[in-house]
Write a protein that binds this ligand. Structure first.
Ligand code: ZN
Length: 314
């Protein structure tokens, strides 16, 4: 069995204004390390474009049309959706590749052609709500993948673990009343976007928020993973585990202060693969969310993918 890697050059054509943290160089830094001989066993695939029906599993038609209109309005410059979220000519296809890559990665893993998969795409997706693109995100990539697994593959339990340092408010919004999905988010609080309190538990107790104070660090993070997150995942017994893999909880990241290191991401990936081995036949699909210090992002992604490859090869 192998680890599939989904990416696409279109994700390098979504340009953001000068000085914006969510920039082309992020994906370039990741691809540079994944192209080294150490990762030669990765099974590379182009992300397909998500089709309309896939987007409409979580977003209303009006949202998709609004993103398309914004991209059109940008002309040869940028159109700003909010203070952080900007689109230009290349943004639509980049976003469609991210969503399509997540769906294709689920297909590949569900078919048994790969044990697990990582989707290296941008813009990220976990802040995009039903009708509100925000926080650099246009479409809810991981939620679209989850719905695809439930509706197209007939699964009855899909779990999403989001260890990005920001709360996955979009995923929470898109899957709030989806009882077949357990969504768990660890995130720094207080921090953007301000949501993700413990009392936000979903319509069917299917959302679990674990807010962490600044300076939590490795030990504190591992403690809550072991005490709260992993037992909840075990109880839910997912048939497929999805990961919103943001690496901005790294201590070098300029946007947050959770102070993790790459070994923590490797450790978390190992533990999540344990859950997948116990309940989901080892099936894991992980997708890139945040991470804004290029060196830390590349090293953390490498640590994460290295574990996926080790676990996928058994
Ligand atoms: Zn983030």
């Amino acid at each position: 069995m192998t680890t599939a890697l989904f990416t696409h050059d279109d994700c390098l054509r979504h340009l953001t204004p000068p000085g914006h943290p969510e920039r082309v160089a992020r994906l370039e830094a990741i691809l540079e390390v994944l192209e080294t001989p150490e990762f030669a066993a990765l099974d590379w695939h182009d992300c397909p474009l998500a089709d309309r029906a896939e987007l409409l599993r979580v977003h209303p038609e009006a949202h998709v049309a609004a993103v398309e209109r914004a991209v059109e309005a940008a002309g040869d410059g940028w159109a700003s959706i909010d203070a952080d979220t900007h689109v230009m000519a290349g943004s639509l296809n980049a976003a469609l590749r991210g969503a399509g890559g997540c769906v294709a990665a689920v297909e590949r893993v569900m078919s048994g052609a790969a044990q697990n998969a990582f989707v290296a795409a941008r813009p990220p997706g976990h802040h995009a709500e039903k009708t509100t693109p925000m926080g650099f995100c246009l479409f809810g990539n991981v939620s679209i993948a989850a719905k695809n697994a439930l509706d197209a593959h007939g699964l009855s339990r899909v779990a999403i673990m989001d260890f990005d340092v920001h709360h996955g408010n979009g995923t929470q919004d898109l899957l709030w009343d989806e009882a077949r999905c357990l969504f768990i988010s660890t995130h720094q609080s207080p921090l953007y976007p301000g949501t993700g309190a413990q009392h936000e538990t979903g319509a069917d107790n299917n959302v679990m928020n674990v807010p962490l104070p600044p300076e939590t660090g490795s030990q504190g993070f591992r403690r809550v993973m072991e005490a709260e997150v992993l037992p909840a995942l075990d109880d839910f017994a997912p048939e497929l585990l999805l990961i919103s893999a943001g690496f901005d909880a790294h201590r070098a990241d300029p946007l947050a202060q959770l102070n993790l290191v790459e070994e923590d991401f490797a450790w978390a990936t190992e533990r999540l693969c344990d859950v997948a081995d116990a309940h989901a036949g080892g099936r894991v699909v992980s997708t890139l969310e945040g991470g804004y210090d290029l060196e830390a992002l590349a090293a953390s992604t490498a640590a994460h993918v290295k574990v996926l490859m080790k676990r996928g090869a058994r």
